[in-house]
Each structure stands twice: as C-alpha cells, then as structure tokens.
Design a binder for this molecule. Sequence first.
Ligand SMILES: Nc1ncnc2c1ncn2[C@@H]1O[C@H](COP(=O)(O)OP(=O)(O)OP(=O)(O)O)[C@@H](O)[C@H]1O
Ligand SMILES: [Mg+2]
Length: 252
Amino acid sequence: MAEALLRAERVSKRFGKFTAVNQVTLEIEAGVLTSIIGPNGAGKTTLINVLTGSLPCDSGRIFFNGEDITHLPTDRRVRKGLSRSFQITNIFPQMTVEQNILLPLLARQGRTGQPFARYDSYADTLAEAESLLRELGLWEMRDAPASELSHGDQRRLEIGMALAPHPRLCFLDEPTSGMNPLERAEVLEAIRGLAAEHDVTFVVVEHDMDMVFSVSERIVVMHRGEILADGTPAEIRDNREVREVYLGEAID
Ligand SMILES: Nc1ncnc2c1ncn2[C@@H]1O[C@H](COP(=O)(O)OP(=O)(O)OP(=O)(O)O)[C@@H](O)[C@H]1O
Ligand SMILES: [Mg+2]
C-alpha cells in the first residue's frame, strides 16, 4: 500500500484534565475526499489544530508524506503542503476580496521578510489570484471589501485562501457553516471540482449528514476525543455505534 499522505499515531491533546483528543491513530490517503463527523465537542477542531500545528500535541506523532512533522510550526507545515481553513470566519474584513487572496499567495513566496526567497513575478501572482477568484465565483466582487460579501461568499473566499499555498492536503473546518442547503450543496460540489483541478486532498468537517453521505468517499466519526468509526459511507451508515451516537435518525 502507498504511504499515506498524513499519518497520526496515538495523538492526544489535553486541556487541563480534560482530554479533547485521545490516542487518535488515523491515515489520510491522497485523493480520497474524507469527512470528519461527530457531535459538538467531539474533538474534530482540536484534532485539526493538532495535525496542522495550531496546537502542540501532548503525545503521539504526526507524519506528512512520510516525514515526521510532530514538532514543526504551522508555517513550516504549510510550506510542506498542509493547509486548513477555520470554523470561524477568518478573513480580513476591511481588505478587498482580491487583497485577501493575495496575502497567502505572497506569503507562500516568502515575500513577507525573506530577502533571498525566489519570487514569482507579481504579474504571475495577480494571475493566480484571478484564476482562484474566478473558480470560486468571486471575481466580480474582487474590489469590494471582504466584509461586504455574503456569508456564503466569505466562506468561499476562505477556501480560496486555504488553497493559495498550493497544499497537497487541506482541512476545511465546517466550510458550509451558516449556509442554506442550496449553498451547502454548491460549495461541496465546488470542493470536489477544486480537488481535481488543484490536485489537492480535502478533509472536511461537516454537520449536514445528507451532504456528508452524498459527497464523501470516506467518513471518520469522532466521539469524545476518539475515533468511533472509519469507513465508506455505506459502512458508516450500517455501524451500530454510530447510529447510537446520532440517535439513528440523522443518518437514515
Ligand atoms: N482551548 C481550549 N481550552 C479548553 N477546552 C477546549 C479548548 N478547545 C476545545 N476545548 C474543548 O475540547 C472539546 C473538543 O472541542 P472541539 O472544538 O475540538 O470540538 P468539535 O468536535 O470541533 O465541536 P464542534 O462540532 O462544536 O465544532 C470541547 O469539550 C471543548 O470545549
Ligand atoms: Mg469544531
């Protein structure tokens, strides 16, 4: 079997006496659209924080492309191809839509303080910003302050910002939060297209079970900091423990 893109081995994260992520072992395979589901407080966001470096883990090891990244800071993980978007909207509201997307593009090239980094020309960077904004349906709004975008469009912009560093693996933490069902379907469909277009593997946290079961190729279920189940949508649908956690009805 090919080396997993990301591998977590017995990773734990505690907050005081409370264990938010408990000995999680997980492999993410390249090219498989994976969802992480679980009740509020299950530890989904904390797991993403630990895997992407926003929080240090207390124990365990994390490998990306076979390389131990357990102790690497976030920016080094981003440079290696591991990015994420946030559960809470994380754009710069006063800056324009285009400036928001330019920021991570420029950061990728090290224009933010590394004198000997190799730069793309600024024209190339602008062209890349344009192409990302067009793919996300935001090009017409490029000169508007990001604060003026609809909530759904702000969430799209964040997906674009997470893609700007050219990740191989990108975690999206509730990319459709606050959206209506139609917008959700559109965004999740867009994510499928972006995965193919950018050769990136997405791992998505999503609460809408209809969406999860229709778009995912693999579903990881978290409960109380642990992985309760991990499998194809059909396997998860038939899993008795998962049905108990969700009281059955949400996944019928
Ligand atoms: N910085 C923190 N300090 C203390 N406790 C925390 C912290 N971050 C998270 N927790 C706790 O850890 C548990 C897991 O939280 P987490 O945000 O990972 O859950 P989640 O699965 O993402 O939930 P949701 O679906 O509501 O986003 C929760 O009980 C939460 O209160
Ligand atoms: Mg969360």
